[in-house]
Design a protein around this ligand. Structure first.
Ligand code: NAD
Ligand code: GLY
Length: 377
């Protein structure tokens, strides 16, 4: 299968993203094949950080694949779950790095979803003031989003991702074969972010998602690879324009997330999966964009169709406390500093902007409206 390759152009921090099938498959009869995708690292010794779900599936193959390129990866297997993305796990990870004798020229290979990528990424950014990082994302969410752009971090007991940094990997290798074993709800969660990229990018990518919905839902490698390549390119463009999230450009990637985070907080992160919360958040952002006469009804209905085709939720739960939601949105850490309520809105499909002064009265009306289905029959 074709290897899709793109560059995230960030001067001396530039790196490649490689997407395809079989990329981490060590071929016993060959020459190590795609391990050649790994760029030259500073040293030969590193650790592979993964979790107890992913290790039995992919660790041995990834170790062989690294070895074929001349690198030793000692495994560090962490417990599985968002609840372990914390300071205690981070400390145990630092200890493992130290006991593995990792030096300044060592590397970390993050083999997992966004939780592993965020933890391992922060460890790589901070251990000995920064060691090389390879991202091997294994979920759709991580392949289209979290492994790209360098954001990492851990949760504190009072909030998510409160400690973190922006530290770019040396390479991202998105092997679509990993997606075969992904639980269905995690696939859907990732597709919530994919639909977000459709709304950010506009007609061409939306058309692709409309035409290839069956193949994507059935996890056909070819369609997954094209989808992940497109999302990676869209995200890379935002990261290139605003690497450190200072200009309000990268903030567009938070389309759907202000409402999404509020819902996750209200319902608990276990009960409402991230992608579903984002999907409902997208509908709220779209509805507000229509109410402000920015987005035409035709674009709104097309977006709702897309969300429904990917079996994502499109209504705010009936029992949601709207005033509490608005209060949580005001406190969202991604909201720009200042007293106003910020949200990413659309002036059309493919034309996002950051609205810094959302009218709370209109927002309230919109959130109430979003408790009802809005898709035309
Ligand atoms: P996750 O990492 O928890 O993975 C979801 C589940 O799937 C886990 O149980 C995991 O063990 C399992 N899994 C992963 N790959 C698998 C595979 N190939 N086969 C079978 N099971 C597999 O969840 P996620 O959705 O990938 O990531 C969510 C995290 O990402 C959150 O902590 C969020 O804050 C973070 N995030 C970070 C960024 C960023 O820019 N850094 C962006 C978005 C989200
Ligand atoms: N996930 C949002 C960002 O990387 O900026």
């Amino acid at each position: 299968m074709t290897i899709h390759k793109l560059t995230v152009a960030l001067d001396s921090r530039s790196y490649s993203i490689c997407i395809g099938s079989g990329l981490t498959q060590y071929d016993e009869t060959g020459d190590g094949g795609d391990s050649l995708l790994i760029p030259r690292l500073r040293g030969k010794d590193g650790v592979i950080v993964t979790n107890e779900t992913i290790a039995p599936l992919y660790l041995s193959r990834v170790r062989k694949w690294l070895a074929a390129a001349g690198y030793q990866g000692r495994p560090v297997i962490l417990p599985d779950g968002e609840e372990y993305k914390n300071y205690t796990t981070l400390q145990s990870l630092y200890r493992e790095l130290y006991e593995a004798g990792l030096q300044r020229n060592g590397f970390i290979c993050a083999l997992g979803g966004g939780v592993i990528g965020d933890l391992a990424g922060f460890a790589a950014a901070t251990y000995m003031r920064g060691i090389d990082l390879i991202q091997l994302p294994t979920t759709v969410l991580a392949q289209v989003d979290s492994a790209i752009g360098g954001k990492n971090g851990v949760n504190l007991e009072f909030g998510k991702n409160l400690i973190g940094s922006t530290y770019q990997p040396r390479v991202v290798i998105s092997d679509v074969d990993f997606i075969e074993t992904l639980p269905e709800k995690e696939l859907l969660s990732g597709l919530g972010e994919v639909v977000k990229y459709g709304l950010l990018a506009g007609d061409d990518f939306i058309s692709f998602l409309e035409l290839n919905q069956t193949e994507i839902m059935e996890r056909k490698s070819r369609s997954l690879a094209i989808m992940i390549h497109s999302c990676s390119r869209i995200k890379a463009d935002y990261v290139e324009r605003d690497e450190f999230d200072l200009l309000g450009v990268r903030a567009a990637l938070n389309l759907g997330h202000t409402v999404g985070h509020a819902l996750e907080k209200m319902y608990g992160f276990q009960k409402l999966p991230h992608g579903e919360a984002v999907s409902i958040g997208l509908v709220c952002a779209l509805t507000l964009s229509v109410a402000m006469e920015l987005l035409p009804e035709s674009g709104f209905q097309r977006a709702l169709q897309l969300i429904s085709h990917y079996r994502l939720p499109a209504v705010v739960p009936e029992d949601a406390d709207i005033d509490q939601m608005i209060e949580l949105m005001r406190r969202d850490k991604k909201v720009a500093a200042g007293s106003g309520l910020s949200m990413v809105l659309l002036r059309g499909l493919g034309d996002p902007y950051l609205e810094d002064n959302v009218d709370p009265v209109l927002l309230r009306e919109v959130l109430i409206k979003c408790k009802q289905p809005q898709l035309n029959p």
